[in-house]
Design a protein around this ligand. Structure first.
Ligand code: 13P
Length: 254
């Protein structure tokens, strides 16, 4: 083990929620609620139509701005899509890719996730690459195989460096269900992911933040974040209110 310290990251995935006005109110409340908190990187992930307004509201803060998806091409005949170029243009610093909802509902593949992640990096954005097993896979004892397979395949062609990539482990059965992975079970997967990164990329693995996601809330955040390889949280439901998101940020700050 190296003694690299990883600044924790707490990212809110707002999914398909919040109008522009609601997004601005949430960001204002959040800025106020976490104004005294140091030592943690905070990111918010609004819907695409609110990105521009939220970017304006975040000026002068060090809260990052994430989109929830992108196309891998910069421009062209791709009706309805957004690109890394445009996300950078609107002020995004990060973009979630490969969320299980996109994999399950919109047919995203590991190879597609890798293309998006590499394209984001080429435009100076940090991809938050999501992976995780389904309940069926967990019950069949396939968790580590599935997660490591997704990691390898989703990072093909992607630069692995602490300031260029964030990984998020989100067990599908824990998303939006109120069921959280036991901290020790989550740690087992995080440790395996880091070991694989180390095997493939060397010591830089110790600089990669690996977030846990799936029903993270104020009541369970501290326990999860206390695990040595859990470097933060990707938060859905609890990120939609400052009063539930701020305590998670505080827990990560330690
Ligand atoms: P919940 O926190 O609502 O379970 O969602 C997790 C998630 O999918 C974050 O990307």
């Amino acid at each position: 083990m190296s003694d690299v310290t990883r600044t924790p990251v707490v990212a809110g995935n707002w999914k398909l929620n919040q109008t522009i006005d609601e997004s601005l109110t949430l960001v204002r409340q959040l800025r106020e609620a976490i104004s005294g908190v140091d030592g943690v990187e905070v990111i918010v992930g609004p819907v695409a139509t609110a990105l521009h307004a939220v970017a304006g509201e975040l000026k002068g803060s060090n809260i990052g701005l994430a989109a929830q998806n992108t196309h891998h091409e910069a421009s062209g005949a791709f009706t309805g899509e957004l690109s890394p170029l445009l996300l950078a243009d609107v002020g995004c610093t990060h973009c979630i890719v490969g969320h299980s909802e996109r994999r399950q509902l919109f047919g995203e593949t590991d190879a597609g996730v890798g293309r998006k992640a590499a394209a984001l990096q080429a435009h100076g954005l940090v991809p938050i690459v999501c992976l995780g097993e389904t309940l069926e896979q967990r019950e069949a004892g396939e968790t580590l195989g599935v997660c490591l397979g997704q990691l390898d395949a989703s990072l093909d062609g992607v630069a692995v460096a602490g300031d260029r990539l964030i990984v998020a482990y989100e067990p599908v059965w824990a998303i939006g269900t109120g069921k959280t992975a036991k901290a020790s079970d989550a740690q087992e997967v995080h440790a395996a992911l880091r070991a694989r990164l180390r095997e493939a990329h060397g010591e830089v693995a110790d600089s990669i933040r690996i977030l846990y996601g799936g029903s993270v809330k104020p009541a369970n955040a501290a326990e999860l974040l206390a695990e040595v390889d859990i470097d933060g949280a990707l938060v859905g439901g609890a990120s939609l209110k400052a009063e539930t998101f701020a305590p998670i940020v505080e827990a990560a700050a330690g």
